[in-house]
Design a protein around this ligand. Structure first.
Ligand SMILES: Cc1cc2nc3c(=O)[nH]c(=O)nc-3n(C[C@H](O)[C@H](O)[C@H](O)COP(=O)(O)O)c2cc1C
Length: 149
């Protein structure tokens, strides 16, 4: 398994989460604006996350999806996450990211995960970083020896 965590961030909170997930998955981690599209084919597991901006993903993340539009990611696994306010009016970048990933042919292997911030610039709420452990599910799912593929 070769995994990559692609993230965007404005104030650093989503970056903190991305690095935590990368540790759990033993994955590479890269800011979305630094991604070289041609290198993406090396990876078979993708985790993509963004801060929630105006109920959607960040502009940088939208740009990334425009860049990779039309490429086929069939056979690859993916999961989405976001950071957002803990409010029912907050919206969710992760849901939007997940639907983009689906359209690109990714096999979505877990529900999007939202990490709550306590204010616009953060910090993450107490205990939120613990949720990075949920991403270990991807590790199990992508372990080819378990499924014999
Ligand atoms: C322009 C802008 C729009 C935002 N819109 C939302 C929003 O619609 N819903 C929400 O929950 N948080 C919103 N926020 C708060 C962000 O979710 C918060 O800044 C982010 O989680 C912090 O992540 P970061 O440190 O990685 O930038 C917004 C923040 C900015 C700067």
């Amino acid at each position: 398994m070769k995994a990559i965590v692609v993230y965007d961030t404005k104030f650093g909170n989503t970056e903190q989460v991305a690095k935590g997930i990368a540790k759990v998955l033993n994955a590479d981690v890269i800011k979305v604006t630094d991604v070289e599209v041609t290198k993406l084919k090396e990876y078979n597991v993708f985790v993509v996350g963004s801060p929630t901006h105006a109920w959607n993903m960040s502009a940088g993340m939208k740009q990334f999806f425009k860049k990779i539009e039309g490429q086929s990611f069939g056979e690859k696994k993916a999961a989405a996450f976001d950071t957002k306010m803990d409010s029912r009016f907050a919206g969710s970048a992760a849901k939007k990211i997940q639907s983009k990933l689906k359209k690109l042919g990714f096999n979505i292997t877990m529900k999007p995960v939202s990490f709550f911030v306590t204010g616009r610039e953060g910090p993450l709420a107490d205990g939120e970083l613990e949720k990075v452990k949920e991403f270990s599910a991807l590790k199990v799912l992508s372990n080819s020896s378990v499924f014999g593929v």
